[in-house]
Design a protein around this ligand. Sequence first.
Ligand code: TYD
Ligand code: MG
Length: 459
Amino acid sequence: MVKALKSKVAFVCQNCGYASAKWIGKCPDCSSWNSFVEEEVSARPGGRITANVCEPVVLHTVKYRKEDRASVGIAELDRVLGGGIVRGSVILVGGDPGIGKSTISLQISHQLAEIGKKVLYVSGEESVQQTKIRADRLYPKTSDNLYIVNATDIDCILEFIKKFLPDLVVIDSIQVVYTPALSSSAGSVSQVRECANILTQLAKQAGVSMLLIGHVTKEGTLAGPRVLEHIVDTVLYFEGERFSNYRVLRAIKNRFGSTNEIGVFEMGASGLAEVGNPSEIFLSERPKDVSGSVVVPIIEGSRPILVELQALATKANFGVTRRKAQGIDYNRLSLLVAVLEKRLSLKLFDKDIFVNVVGGMKIEDPAVDLGICLAIASSNYDKAIPFDAVVVGEVGLAAEVRSITNITLRINEASKLGFKKCILPRSNYQACKSQDTGGMELVPVDDLKSAFDNLWRGI
Ligand code: TYD
Ligand code: MG
């Protein structure tokens, strides 16, 4: 990376922000081709954050004030944020177009305005009238503390902020904001980085919280600036399928709370409503006694959620097999199919296999492995898994079922929702067999074979 460029002009990779003094075809940092565009890099001397110079001190003598947090009043959102919005923090909200970024930002703005905070909503994408139409759908009347302005020039926005001194500023979106000091167009890496830097500095200096809305590219990363993720304090991503009403808000990074916390919302006629018990919703339409369906208790952040996994294994036509994974990693699916074929002699080589997580959740928890294997086998044998059973465990390459974390949390959630039987790794069983599991029958398994034997003995 070129650290101190003498000239003000540089070629900047539009994908990752790598700067070079001359044009290059392939980015040495992110390997993308033809992504370099000539840009003016830093025009204002104040554009860079200068480090505070201070003497080293003994760590335990350092004093600090507890963060000044404003609760948003929407429980799901407060959890994702780690208890509320910290004064002077910068939050980035990313997600596909139309997923609800502007809606949730307006809801946050309204909630904070209601408790007496001054909020400035800078709408660069929609006119003031359009935002009012949206607000009318959400609330009969918004508070006197909620201001809105249509602006994209960063200097104008800074003026407004200095004049109004709000507690929270929403920038919708960071990609349309530009500084006239740079010649590159709005949305380019240097524009976005520069504007985000200026806003972040102001946030820290003046104690104004910022909520920046960022667009996501087709590949699912924030358009252009991965660099943005380093600048801000908190990064939230909206997940969900376009045609499903459920939205999952996930904290990817959080300097003021734990990451991987999620909040579940439902998009309705009056905006995003929080879903207090996602397990119930995700299981509400589960078919009874149908093969290929299984329930897995997963852990998202600090809480357990029950999700339904569905698999379909059908004979492929013309000898070309298809494998599709929705909500789980495709490579994980391929690996587990290979384990099923090799270790359990399941004939899957001529089958199309589809696996889907109901409700549009994306699962990274390895505890879902056993569920995937059993759902595929269940569909393959056309034998249903008991309706009141949950399964949990990580599967290794030798088909062994490995232990997973937070077993008691998972079992308690399943028990709360009326499940009676849990198939789990033996090592987890040893740890929790003496605990109160709410009358749940625990079935320890060592490997896939013993799980199969328990469910479908004799097949
Ligand atoms: P929006 O917040 O504009 O998305 P983004 O800012 O991420 O692009 O969300 C727009 C979608 O949400 C749009 O398809 C309409 C829908 N919607 C509702 O269903 N109910 C509502 O109350 C609102 C405000 C929007
Ligand atoms: Mg929007």
